[in-house]
Design a protein around this ligand. Structure first.
Ligand code: 3UK
Length: 548
């Protein structure tokens, strides 16, 4: 291993001990990187050197930057960081902004200067920001001035944070003014080791405190050279677009890393709700769409009103893609959505198949460079067709920042993602549920997502979440929270219809004995259904009923 390029050794010092790391695989030749590596030199400077500086790179409603223009902006920010703000290699820098060219430039500048990026979601409040600041011991933050309020609150309550520099206003000490200094247009990438930490990505923390996952410079390229190259098959003429925030590694990969790795372009939208995405696809003639399954479902109704003829690939991740959504999207657009399971710990997608190899309803096969298996509680591989826990390993993997939960995620060198899966005899992986989301009712194991899928095939259902409610007789009972289309209210007649519909679609014992109609479902900031919150409600509900 090359000597670290970090003079601030905090990140390296707080990696888990090596024996707790997962086993890493670098079998493919494209995954063998030199010992010294700065990922930004590869993602950005290499295109200028290759004479592609004039190609479009970042596109947003307010500006378009070529590769050369982005490179200059990155250099200017990197000079401000190191010359004006005293940033040293290895320092963590917090970034806070909506998806935008300025956010991407800041991200790349921190990494190019050898810093460690800690990107945060715009929706985070002061308390959550302070948690990340304290945990990653952050002294410096760059922030879009429109998000100053919670940033300032966080600054007031975080001991380590010394400086916050804002951009987007004309103050004399704003990043914009500092960047204009003469001589700042050039910057040589810090000589980092391939194994220097480049990114600390916090998990969205559906339960417990968020975990900081640490990723090296080489990991940033590895996700491009595995999923981006072999499954997505990204090309220079691709134009990426999508909704996930850049602080969520699903968004970072799909909207920054994959396009830059191939010299393509990417559309950055501050607002990317389903109703914003469709017109933007038409306006910018996007070819590759990254969003969540619920957004695909929501876009279906409006698809016909828009010109989406530019689209080549659609990627869905974050939650399982219901087969009903896959089928409806294919029928309406002719495009087969590529489902893929990824995780913050793994950086990006590690199981998912290219469009021509999709088996509808399955997540797919391990991405080239990765290995997967389904294991029992002792960690032994089970036979095809048997339900068990998903274990994966590959060029990326879990290394938590100072966290005892490392030994829960990594066992015997395998990353245990917390998902229950079945592999079929052809090697396709079929998602069942999060391991702790399995409902056990009268001794039957029932996967909530399977009941949700069945409900979603009923025309009245817009969205739903299915969990177990504690029950004296059965242990748990299947409970469905349902949002109806057009905000309609449900009644006993509809509930009976929905129950019959589920019984006719999957094994009858899986039908929801309790149905509650709601206006909306609780979601995380990464758009995932918060089943734990529904479980809490379901538990309260049955406690209330017990008292009756
Ligand atoms: C679940 C899926 C079924 C699964 C992510 C793509 O979601 C991402 O990262 P997170 O850390 O969550 C990880 C967990 O989410 N999940 C994700 N994708 C799927 N379940 N089918 C899927 N296709 O429980 C997993 O363990 O928020 C996704 C790329 C980068 C990411 N960080």
């Amino acid at each position: 291993m090359a000597d670290s390029g970090h003079s601030d050794t905090f990140a390296r010092d707080h990696l888990p001990p090596r024996q707790q790391w997962p086993e890493f695989l670098f079998d493919l030749p494209e995954l063998r990187y030199p010992p010294r590596l700065n990922c930004v030199a590869e993602l950005l400077d290499s295109w200028i050197a290759a004479g592609k500086g004039g190609a479009p790179c970042l596109i947003s409603p307010s500006e378009t930057l070529t590769y050369a223009q982005l490179a200059e902006r990155v250099n200017r920010v990197a000079n401000v960081l190191t010359r004006d703000l005293g940033m040293r290699p290895g320092n963590r820098v917090l970034l806070r902004a909506p998806n935008s060219p300025a956010m991407v430039a800041a991200w790349l500048a921190v990494a190019k200067a050898g810093g460690v990026v800690v990107a945060t979601m715009p929706l985070l409040r002061a308390k959550e920001l302070s948690y990340a600041i304290d945990k990653a011991r952050i002294a410096l933050a760059l922030c879009d001035c429109r998000l100053a309020e919670d940033m300032e609150k966080a600054r007031a309550q975080s001991a380590s944070l010394e400086k916050v520099v804002y951009w987007g206003n004309d103050a004399a000490d704003a990043l914009d003014a500092l960047m204009r200094k003469p001589g700042y247009e050039r910057f040589t990438a810090a000589a980092c080791a391939a194994e220097d930490v480049c990114l600390i990505a916090f998990t969205s923390g559906t339960t417990g405190e968020p975990k900081g996952t640490m990723h090296f410079h080489r990991d940033i390229l590895a996700t491009c050279d595995s999923y981006g190259r072999h499954v997505l098959r990204a090309r220079a003429n691709d134009r990426f677009i999508g909704s996930p925030p850049l602080a969520f590694t699903f968004g970072l990969g799909g909207l920054v890393l994959f396009p830059l790795r191939v010299g393509g372009s990417t559309v950055l939208l501050e607002k990317a709700a389903p109703d914003d995405l469709l017109p933007a696809i038409a306006r910018y003639r996007a070819t590759a769409l990254f969003t969540a399954p619920t957004a695909y479902r929501a876009m279906l109704a409006r698809l016909a009103e828009h010109d989406f003829s530019s689209l080549r690939v659609c990627v869905s991740a974050g939650e399982a893609l219901p087969k009903a959504t896959f089928d409806a999207w294919q029928a309406a657009s002719g495009i087969r959505i590529m489902d893929g399971i990824g995780a913050t710990e793994m950086l990006h997608i590690f199981i998912g198949s290219p469009a021509d190899a999709i088996r509808p309803g399955a997540t797919g096969k391990p991405v080239p460079g990765y290995e997967a298996r389904v294991v029992d509680d002792q960690g032994n591989a089970v036979k095809p067709g048997t339900v068990g826990r998903l274990a994966v390993r590959g060029p990326t993997g879990c290394r938590y920042l100072a966290d005892a939960r490392q030994q829960k995620y990594v066992k015997d060198g395998w990353n245990i993602t917390g998902d229950t899966y079945v592999m079929d005899t052809d090697g396709y992986y079929w998602y069942q549920a999060r391991s702790d989301d399995m409902i056990i009712s009268s001794g039957y194991n029932i996967a909530g997502p399977e009941v949700e899928e069945a409900l979603l095939t009923h025309p009245a259902v817009a969205e739903c979440g299915v969990v177990g409610a504690p029950d004296e007789l059965r242990g748990q009972v299947v409970t469905a929270y349902i949002v109806l289309r057009d905000g309609k209210d449900g009644d006993a007649v509809l509930s009976k219809q929905l129950q019959d519909h589920v019984k006719a679609t999957v094994a009858p014992y899986k039908y929801p004995r309790i149905i509650e109609y709601v206006r909306e479902l609780p979601k995380t900031q990464t758009g995932k259904l918060q089943r734990f919150e529904l479980r809490r409600r379901a538990a309260n509900r049955s406690a209330r009923n017990d008292g009756d």
